[in-house]
Design a protein around this ligand. Structure first.
Ligand code: ADP
Ligand code: ASP
Ligand code: MG
Length: 440
């Protein structure tokens, strides 16, 4: 069975929801369809939760009421029959009542996650009801019944596999199974989520759990482009990517994919196809095990990076120096992205700065510490095996006018990364576009 995922823009209006329903029923084959919240909804829910956090339930109430008004308008636009309009209005009203009830609760992580979960719960109920109104046998599988994190905070693959397969068996014979992206439960059974943009991750976790033939991620652009279209003009779609290449691009900032969503698909060998809901005939991008030799595929950028340099004369010939440094980062559960070493020092980067002060305090016992904020990792991805001579030179030469704080090459066969200031990001992306892909 195939798994299709549609993002927020793809289900952003009643008409788009109808288009999605036409798309998923066109070939008559059963499929699991993972949906995001309607575009803008999760942002509004985040805003409401922020008001709750600072103790302003009235402002949270205004945001919730604004959303409720929008959703009420969607109902007559989506359903033809009075019966389905009444049923769906009641369902949505109950969800908005639950949101209002959250205002009386003491704010906690659990309350915040509960608030954020409502967008996907609404969109999936709306689409399921529309399909039913159209006479399609549609079944809503609740993600909270099978999507769960393990104790370490990562998706619990065994649990997910066991529970989704049991649910599919229990509800056999439907044409379409709809489920919520993004939302899950934590190890304690509370409502949780897979981080912003996490519906892609739901789709590949489901695809891996049911050993799907293919996971299709439908969005608002014709596949993975060779550079970030939000910053560079003239980007073009890449038609094929290796799992490793796409994982690097996703992790290093290609927003079209959630940072870790390729992992489950790669692990189970399930191909992922990126498609454009606004132009379904466009070929999109296929992600699989194939490798196009000797080709640079794309460039991505990861923002809000902090660089830390530790210089110590004691490093010279000292064994255990790196181990001491890494154990400090490990102790504060902060993962390192890039690293460069020299005889007297180490430079590394992190993107989670929540424990930075404590980390720096400890590092200062080892050497002199310099911290640079507002940096950005620019990542060039393709077949960058060392025998493919010259590619790293071309990339570095393209950036000759950009101050480079760090370079990392050889950590994988697919990536060369440059650390630059955020101020230089656009210029760096444009220079690479021009040199690597021949367009400005
Ligand atoms: P969805 O809501 O469907 O999940 P997203 O907004 O998360 O969609 O992802 C699609 C967007 O990702 C595109 O509209 C585009 O602006 C952005 N994007 C960033 N980098 C790339 C890239 N390399 N290729 C394609 N899209 C990209
Ligand atoms: N609705 C969530 C978000 O906006 C998840 C997703 O769209 O993938 O982040
Ligand atoms: Mg997304």
């Amino acid at each position: 069975m195939q798994v299709f995922k549609f993002g927020g823009t793809s289900v952003g209006t009643p008409q788009r929801m109808k288009d999605v329903c036409n798309l998923i029923t066109a070939d008559g084959k059963p499929k699991i369809v993972v949906l995001s919240a309607m575009s803008g909804t999760t942002n509004s829910l985040v805003e409401a939760a922020e008001y709750l956090k600072i103790g302003n339930p009235e402002a949270a109430g205004n945001v919730i009421n604004g959303l409720r008004r929008k959703y009420r308008e969607h109902i007559p636009a989506l359903y033809a029959t009075e019966e389905m309009q009444v049923e769906t209005r009641e369902l949505l009203d109950n969800i908005f009542l639950e949101l209002h009830d959250c205002r009386a609760l003491k704010f906690s992580d659990a309350v915040e996650k509960d608030v954020l979960s409502k967008g996907e719960i609404m969109s999936t109920n709306m689409v399921t009801n529309y399909l039913r109104e159209c006479g399609i046998k549609a079944c809503l599988l609740h993600a909270l019944d099978f999507m769960r994190k393990a104790k370490n905070g990562e998706p619990d693959m065994l649990y997910i596999r066991e529970h989704i397969n049991a649910l599919l068996e229990e509800h056999a014979g439907y044409d379409i199974y709809i489920t919520q992206g993004f939302i899950c439960r934590n190890f304690d059974g509370e409502v949780d989520n897979l981080e912003r943009g996490g519906s892609d991750y739901t789709a590949t976790l489901v695809g891996a759990a049911i050993r799907s033939d293919e996971v299709q991620i439908w969005t608002d652009i014709d596949g993975m482009h060779n550079n970030d279209p939000r910053f560079v003009e003239g980007t073009t779609p890449v038609r094929q990517l290796n799992f490793e290449e796409s994982a690097e691009l996703a992790y290093f900032g290609a927003k079209i994919l959630h940072p870790t969503c390729i992992q489950p698909a790669r692990y189970m060998g399930v191909p992922v196809r990126l498609k454009n809901t606004m132009d379904p005939a466009a070929p999109g991008t296929i992600i699989n095990n194939d490798m196009e030799p000797g080709t640079i595929k794309a460039v991505a950028a990861k923002d809000n990076i902090t660089a830390i340099k530790i210089v110590s004369s004691r490093m010279l010939l000292a064994s255990g120096f790196l181990c001491k440094i890494f154990s400090i980062f490990d102790r504060y559960k902060t993962s390192i992205d890039m690293i460069a070493t020299s005889e007297v020092g180490v430079s590394l980067t992190i993107d989670n700065t929540s424990r930075l002060a404590a980390i720096v305090e400890r590092l200062k016992k080892i050497g002199t510490v310099q911290v640079d904020n507002n940096m950005c990792i620019i990542c060039v991805v393709g077949d960058l095996r060392s025998e493919n001579t010259g590619f790293e030179t071309v990339a570095t030469e393209a950036l000759r006018d950009v101050p480079l704080r760090m370079i990392s090459y050889g950590g994988s066969n697919h990536n060369i990364s440059f650390l630059v200031s955020m101020d230089d990001k656009k210029a760096a992306l444009e220079a690479l576009q021009k040199t690597l892909f021949g367009t400005k």
